[in-house]
Structures are given as structure tokens and as C-alpha cells.
Design a protein around this ligand. Sequence first.
Ligand code: BGC
Length: 279
Amino acid sequence: MAGSVDETRGTLSAQLLKGQKALVTGANSGIGLATAVALGRAGADVVVNYVVGADEAEKVVAQIKEFGVRSYAHQADVSDEDQVVAMVARMVEEFGTIDIMVANAGLQRDAPVTEMTHAQWKKVIDVNLTGQFLCAREAAKEFVRRGVVKEVSRSAGKIICMSSVHQIVPWSGHVNYASSKGGVGMLMQTLAQELAPKGIRVNAVAPGAIRTPINKDAWSTPEAEADLLRLIPYRRVGDPDDIANAVVAVASDLLDYVVGATLYVDGGMTLFPGFATGG
Ligand code: BGC
């Protein structure tokens, strides 16, 4: 049924993004992978960006093409300006334009602050924060050049920043990561303010604990999972599709009036669960 959630798969099945062109960074694993597939299922043509793991990226492309849309994989390091510029230029050449930029690529390099190296700090900031800036900037240039095409979407383009609950939740032992996501929050809001008058919507989706390779240690044993669930009022570790569905919704005209918002998709992790029984 149009606009409904597919009961069997828990995924948005409507062609909400028919004819739109999307690029997802870090799309060959985890949240990026699920998001790229969901955008394809929703009718968008999708560029699958990756930095390492060409085989996985090609598998994602094959899965997306099954929906009858176009897709290709493109290797680029989002923290490298030239590579990001070239990636978006190729997309405009191959697909004609871009409508949706999902700045998703991200990583962790965890260490207590006294042991964290400058290289660990820099790597995380470069990929998670500078990478999102570069991707957003290149997409915004094309959105401004093209403007609104009302048969395609009410807006001139959508930028969706993949954030985290750690946009607002401090995280000991992860100062580089938490700082990068705090930065993503302000990057998103400032770009939203700057670009809204041009008809561009910038928003963030902020996942909690989602079952992906980035946090495997936190959910892959029953003990670890039980520990993790104490932090999630809804008592379920999230699935990549929980995030992918949120991205499709934010990217679609259903949420056209949502500008500069952070949508937390976290089973209540940001509700200060430690205060459920104390305080
Ligand atoms: C991190 C995960 C973590 C989750 C909740 C995410 O942004 O990448 O490692 O499990 O936040 O703390």
C-alpha cells in the first residue's frame, strides 16, 4: 500500500523518492548500507560511496538495482577535498544532478584522553566532521545552481547529516568521536540556517546504539547486550533499517517543513535513563 510501512520487513515501501538522485557516503556497511538500499527501494537512483571494500559496495549496488533504479559505486575518502569534489562532479555527469546528500561516513578511534594520539583525534575529526562539511558544500553548490524542480521535490535539495546521540551525550573514552558529533550538530544547524532561504533543507538523524560493525563489542555477547540495554529505555538494540527509514522520511516531501532538526532515533537513549530510578 502506498505510503505504508511494509509489515514483513519493517521498511518504507512507498516510492517516496521517485526520480530523485541520492548519494550516501560510507554506504558499503552498517547504517550507510541500509540507507542506500532504502533510498533505492523508495525510488531514488543511488551513488554508493565507500573508501575500502569494493566488493561489498558492488553487492550494495546490485541490491539497489533490483528496485529498477540506477546505481553505481564510487570510491572516495570523504576527508579528501579533491576526491569529494570529483565524486559529486561525476554524479552530476552520470545522473544529471543530486537531490539528496546523506553524509554518513564515520568512524571511531577510541582511547582514554591521556592515551589518545593526535593522529586518533585528527582522523575522527577529519572523517566525521570535515568529511560532512565537504560533502554538504559540494551538494549545496549543485542545489543552488539547479534550484527547485517541482515535479521532483518541493525543496531544492536535502542534506542529511548522520549524527549520533553523542551529539549531546558526553562519552568518556571517546572525546574525539563525541566532539565530532557535537560539531556535526552545529554544522547542520548553521548550514540549515544559511541554506533554507535557497530552498535547501539540512537536517540530522542521530542514531543511538544500532547493531553495526562500529560497536560490535557492545552487543555481540549476551552480557554486553544486557549492559547496553540498561541505557535504552525501549529495551531493544536498533537495526540499521530503523535509521534508514528515518533518512527516507526526512529526505521525502512528507517532512518538507522539517528544517534544521535533529531526529534522534535511539529507543530513548537520550532520555537520561540513569534517572529512571534515581535522582
Ligand atoms: C556509536 C556507537 C554507540 C552508540 C551509542 C554511536 O554513535 O558509534 O558505538 O554504541 O553511539 O552509544
